[in-house]
Design a protein around this ligand. Structure first.
Ligand code: GDP
Ligand code: GDP
Length: 455
């Protein structure tokens, strides 16, 4: 590395950064209008999580990456909820429940100028039951005179209330320091540590694609090893099902089986639930209704799984209903609408007739294999050397940027760091990714490539 102009510390630092494992998840929960989205914007330092004065904005983006004091984590924003037919308490509870389930730590936001309400107390009970670390955020403390309001929130019994003005940024640094203390380095469901446990599958897809039908089909035909059904029906549960002689954990199956009919906000709940399931899983089986056109919603779900870095299997359901013509158009749609996951193994199934159910497990195993693939550094560099000799980067401004060497910094999903003599263009990175896939497989897994340029 030294003779290529990188010092050893730079290289080691880059590899460590690129090779990070799954990030711990922080959920921000609380009543509507207490300032959750404003706080999330502060934490992520961007204007991405839309804040609107009028309630009722539906959003389907719920997780964001954040960094504080050099540590990276994910934030789940539950600000996009809507009050619905369930009434305020049940709505807040449902929203908080999904978020808490997916989280490693929780920021509970209370409006200090209003004080603790009955709804807040209800959330406190949920938090106690979940047993996750909680940081209490007393929001809307815009100046010193409001600090007494914050102190009143000791009464919630969640420890020290952190006075914060999400709007102006006051106190958010101190609160984030407390968050980092509460947040474990790696998620509780860390892949690396769960050796020997059942592999975790998230069955996801937009409403009515057939998730519960598929789950019922496999659970009825195969052996349900242990039904971990918890005490109350509201609890999200995981189910252990034996498929192909192996026990798998289907995560968040209660969310699939439970029929929540909400007049408003149903999409938002669905997104939150999908995000929670994806966070807990290693592989996402994405169900798509083959009888209907592939929709933006399907694409968003795919993006969610890919961005979370999970292994992906695409299952085209309701295959029993397809005629020749639909099949033709489906193939065209897949090519154009789902090009981003052209690498994912595919099965054409019918939850109704049981068609091709036996192909599901091999597809899942293929995806997990790709997800865990590690390419030895020697082989990678031999491959890169040949690739670059045969297809050099285009000359730019009289210079020819070159990939000097590379290494795989991590797996689950595979992460590569390439060290280069100059800026490597997007198109060339895509080309390298394509060739990496051709050479080493990586079927069913997103791969990350970061490039370090010599100073
Ligand atoms: P959410 O429903 O909990 O996500 O709340 P929002 O983040 O959408 O905020 C609701 C309203 O409270 C918006 O009008 C925000 O501008 C306002 N707000 C949020 N944080 C603060 C704060 O620290 N101080 C004041 N004065 N207003 C705030
Ligand atoms: P979910 O909302 O994703 O859980 O979808 P459901 O499992 O509730 O299925 C929605 C509808 O599609 C129901 O009426 C099912 O009977 C129907 N359905 C599910 N799978 C299939 C299938 O493979 N073929 C056909 N023809 N219908 C299906």
């Amino acid at each position: 590395a030294a003779e290529e102009g990188f010092d050893v510390e730079d290289v080691e630092g880059a590899i460590e950064e690129a090779g990070h494992g799954p990030l711990p998840v922080l959920a921000v929960v609380g009543r509507p209008n207490v300032g959750k989205s404003t706080l999330v914007n502060r934490i992520i330092g961007r204007r991405e999580a839309v804040v609107e004065d009028k309630p009722g904005v539906t959003r389907d983006r719920v997780t964001y990456e954040a960094e504080w004091a050099g540590r990276r984590f994910k934030v789940v924003d539950t600000g996009g909820w809507e009050q619905d037919v369930l009434g305020i308490d049940a709505s807040v509870a449902a929203q908080a429940e999904y978020a808490i389930e997916a989280a490693d730590a929780v920021v509970f936001v209370v409006d200090a100028t209003v004080g603790a309400t009955d709804t807040d107390e209800a959330v406190v009970r949920l938090l106690r039951k979940a047993g996750k670390p909680v940081v209490l955020c007393a929001n809307k403390v815009d100046g010193p005179s409001a600090e007494a309001d914050a102190a009143m929130l000791w009464s919630l019994g969640l420890g020290e209330p952190h006075p914060v003005s999400a709007l102006h940024g006051r106190g958010t640094g101190d609160m984030l320091d407390a968050v980092l203390e509460a947040l474990p380095e790696a998620p509780a469901q860390s892949f690396g540590t769960a050796i020997g446990g059942p592999r975790r599958i998230a069955l996801i897809g937009r409403p009515n694609v057939g998730k519960s039908s598929l789950l019922n089909k496999v659970a009825n035909e195969e052996r349900v090893v242990v039904n971990e059904l918890a005490g109350t029906t509201r609890d999200p549960v995981d189910e252990l099902i034996e498929l192909g002689g192996v026990t798998w954990k289907f995560v968040d199956t209660a969310g699939i089986r439970k029929r929540v009919h909400l007049q408003q906000g149903a999409d938002y709940y669905a997104s939150l639930r999908t995000a929670a399931a994806v966070e807990k899983a290693e592989v996402a089986v994405i169900l798509i209704d083959a009888s209907e056109s592939i929709s933006v919603q399907d694409q968003r779900i795919v993006t969610m799984a890919v961005e979370a870095g999970r292994a992906v299997v695409l299952a085209y359901n309701k295959w029993d209903t397809l005629d020749e013509e639909r099949r033709y158009y489906l193939e065209r749609e897949i090519e154009t609408e789902l090009a981003q996951v052209a690498w994912a193994p595919r099965v054409n199934v019918s939850a109704r007739t049981g068609r091709h159910m036996e192909k599901l497990v091999p597809a899942i195993e293929t995806a997990l294999d790709g997800w865990e693939t590690r390419v030895p550094t020697g082989r990678l560099n031999a491959f890169l050397g040949e690739l670059i000799a045969a297809h050099p980067h285009p000359v730019r401004g009289g210079k020819q940027p070159r990939i000097l060497f590379g290494t795989q910094a991590g797996t689950k999903p595979p992460r590569f760091v390439l060290f280069a003599s100059g800026f490597i263009e997007h198109g060339y990175r895509r080309f390298v990714e394509r060739r990496l896939r051709e050479e080493f497989g990586f079927e069913g897994t997103p791969i990350h490539i970061s490039v370090r340029v010599r100073e």
